[in-house]
Design a protein around this ligand. Structure first.
Ligand code: THU
Length: 127
């Protein structure tokens, strides 16, 4: 975990968060590889993109589709991923994916199913 925390911290300055002043780094562990994302904001605020979704995009581009674990670091953390990102992570990780939420003082570990109890899948009616 220390190595992952080092990587997260090393990429914090890559976040582009001039409007919120709230940088976030995400690291997705998928099929034995790691993929990073940072939040990228925009002057047209709704076009801003969360760190988690950018990490998922990097994973998909590399040909991986199975999220085992995702780490999220914020200097004000641990912070919970937003609802939209929970659903995007659910697409590739399901309820069993581990979600590790990091802050300067430490981290806490959750399962995605705790944070998103009934993720949406096409054609699935029951939790
Ligand atoms: N943000 C993330 O990147 N991930 C999260 O899980 C929560 C929020 C970003 C979006 C925006 O750039 C900034 O944090 C403040 O909302």
């Amino acid at each position: 975990m220390e190595k992952v925390r080092e990587i997260l911290l090393a990429h914090l300055e890559r976040a582009y968060a001039p409007y919120s002043g709230f940088p976030v780094v995400a690291l997705v562990e998928a099929e034995g590889e790691m993929f990073l994302g940072v939040n990228v904001e925009n002057a047209s605020f709704p076009l801003s993109q969360c760190a988690e979704r950018n990490a998922v995009a990097a994973m998909v581009l590399a040909g991986k589709r199975r999220i085992d674990r995702v780490h999220v670091y914020s200097p004000r953390g641990p912070i919970p991923p937003c609802g939209g990102c929970r659903q995007v992570l659910f697409e590739f990780g399901g309820a069993g994916a581990e979600v590790v939420l990091h802050g300067p003082e430490g981290y806490r570990v959750h399962r995605l199913g705790e944070l998103l109890p009934w993720g949406f899948r096409l054609g699935q009616k029951d939790p």
